[in-house]
Design a protein around this ligand. Structure first.
Ligand code: FE2
Length: 444
């Protein structure tokens, strides 16, 4: 999609108000100063933001598109644990068809676009001789490419060394066009085999020139330390900036002294970290009595150490999680709460964790609000990133390559109370656009 569009009177995430943004041929051509009205070629469509927040689109750095929307098939996860979820997925796998996987994935991508989520890194299970899910998601990737960037990770769900054929299947998946090397060291038979899997997978990625994104230490075991091994091999093989450790939940339970050594090692290797707040808070700590651990990795501490940390949705209506609707603001909100990132800076960091930080993890080109970037946006019914999280703001418009691909009406309640306003939208900041216009974005 390479269209022209002039967006009027937007608020930007950096706090600038009343800003025009001009998109030409799918790219940002100009960003005006506050109050400056940009000119556009005759006939250019206009979107009046009316003071709403214009952000680059949401990005999800960790998802499972092959399992999404399969909740209840063939049964529900009764213990709520990661391990029962893996077993349940194993029961479902023989019943899967390529068509059913693709159909559910496409439906999820529709939800994603409507939520302003235009880039997703999805793991795809390769522990299946037929590689059904790989073929299905490669077809989906091609189908959605005009409106959504889908990046696929070859994920040995049942263990690279533990599952017969996984090593060969993983390489077949990469040969078919899967983008990233995945792993699951904490699910191998022993710590030693987990470490060996990390070594093998990093070497494979180095040989093929591919990024790495591993499920790593997704447990409550304080001695699960595969992230240390992942940082080591990233350093050894010169993979800085190309490797991601996903989940890292054991870090929540680790000895504090050990973590003080570990954090600089992760930062030094340039390993990205992904927390999955909705899933970590529900799957972890299931074996605890009270007090129960939260189980999310140490997000503010990783950020303070200089590590790029993103948030992922991980699951929506699948064997591990019965909820969700592609809402990255819900993800940011849960991350904010679990990590107690309630300060103004912490809230802003949580917004970054579902936008710019994830874009870095995926290596997206042309992401942002600078001239030359892709004209991809989400227009939110909010006046700031913090307010967007608080309200899980309505996605008033979603733009891909300068073309509006989704619209949603503002969330406004009509009140009938004596002596009180007739409309309420839960915003408490002044809404400058309401003084100048209708307060509702409009497309001309
Ligand atoms: Fe995952």
């Amino acid at each position: 999609m390479n269209a022209d569009l002039l967006i009027r009177r937007a608020t930007l995430p950096d706090g600038h108000h009343d800003v025009d943004v001009l998109a030409l041929a799918g790219r940002i051509a100009a960003v005006g100063a506050a109050g400056e009205r940009l000119a556009a070629p005759p006939g250019t469509p206009e979107l009046d933001a009316a003071g709403a927040l214009l952000s680059p689109p949401f990005v999800d750095a960790h998802f499972h598109l092959d399992a999404t929307l399969s909740h209840g098939l063939p049964r529900i996860n009764s213990s709520g644990t990661l391990l029962e979820g893996i077993a349940l997925w194993g029961e479902l796998k023989p019943q899967l068809t390529e068509e059913a996987i693709a159909e559910r994935a496409l439906q999820y991508c529709d939800w994603a676009v409507a939520r302003g989520l235009l880039a997703i890194r999805s793991h795809v299970d390769i522990c299946d001789e037929r590689l059904l899910a790989v073929r299905a998601l490669l077809a989906v990737k091609k189908r959605v490419a005009p409106y959504l960037d889908l990046q696929l990770v070859a994920f040995p769900q049942d263990g690279l060394l533990r599952s017969p054929g996984a090593w060969a299947n993983l390489q077949r998946a990469l040969d078919l066009g899967v983008d990233v090397v995945g792993g699951i060291p904490h699910f191998e038979r022993t710590m030693a085999e987990g470490a060996r899997s990390v070594e093998l997978l990093c070497e494979l990625a180095a040989a093929r020139g591919l990024p790495v994104d591993m499920h790593c230490d997704e447990s409550d075991d304080p001695l699960s330390r595969h992230i240390e091994t992942l940082a080591l091999h990233t350093q050894r093989l010169g993979l800085h900036g190309r490797v991601t450790g996903s989940h890292l939940t054991s870090m929540h339970s680790m000895d504090n002294y050990y973590v003080s050594k570990l954090l600089p090692l992760i930062a030094e290797a340039g390993v990205h970290a992904v927390a999955n707040p909705l899933i970590n808070i529900t799957l972890q700590g299931r074996h605890d009595h009270y007090p129960k651990r939260r189980g999310m990795t140490r997000v503010p501490e990783l950020m303070a150490a200089g590590v790029n940390v993103g948030f992922g949705h991980d699951c929506v209506m699948d064997p591990w999680y019965a909820l969700g609707s592609a809402d990255m603001l819900e993800v940011a909100s849960m991350g904010l709460h679990v990590a107690q990132m309630t300060s103004a800076q912490g809230q802003r960091q949580c917004f970054d964790a579902v936008t710019v930080n994830n874009a870095r993890i995926l290596g997206l080109q042309g992401y942002g609000l600078l001239p030359g970037c892709r004209a991809d946006f989400v227009l939110l019914q909010a006046g700031s990133p913090e307010e967007a999280i608080r309200l899980r703001a309505q996605r008033l418009a979603v733009v891909r390559g300068g073309q509006v691909v989704s619209r949603m009406a503002p969330a406004v309640a009509e009140l009938a109370l004596p002596g009180r306003p007739t409309r309420v939208d839960f915003r408490c900041q002044p809404q400058p656009a309401q003084h100048a216009g209708t307060g509702n974005p409009s497309l001309k």
